[in-house]
Design a protein around this ligand. Structure first.
Ligand code: SF4
Ligand code: F3S
Length: 106
């Protein structure tokens, strides 16, 4: 499966959503997650993300290992998002920031 990680937080560009053939992205207040039960591993979403937030589970850097569970858990709580929308208002500023996990809103 593919996993959305830290860089998406407070940006939420949503370009990834438009290319997903199975609509497996779910939307929270300032982050998106992928439902691992629905993702078909097509990898189309990876190059769409302007901040490179999406990884194949097998390529996930160690520092992001906990995002496997975060994606799985939140996919069960958040609604599906099937079309892109405007990024969050301060997306450009937050795109430069690393270590944004503390800002993840549930
Ligand atoms: Fe959707 Fe494919 Fe990305 Fe999985 S890898 S989330 S199926 S676009
Ligand atoms: Fe997030 Fe990148 Fe998609 S910022 S919403 S994973 S395009």
């Amino acid at each position: 499966t593919y996993v959305v990680t830290d860089n998406c937080i407070r940006c939420k560009y949503t370009d990834c959503v438009d290319v997903c053939p199975v609509d497996c992205f779910h939307e929270g207040p300032n982050f998106l997650v992928i439902d691992p039960a629905e993702c078909i591993d097509c990898s189309l979403c990876v190059p769409e993300c302007p901040v490179d937030a999406i990884y194949a589970e097998g390529d996930l850097p160690d520092e992001f290992a906990d995002f496997i569970k975060i994606n799985a858990d939140l996919a069960g709580r958040w609604p599906v998002i099937a079309a892109s929308q405007e990024p969050l208002p301060e997306a450009e500023r937050w795109a430069e920031v690393e270590g944004k996990r503390q800002f993840l809103e549930l």
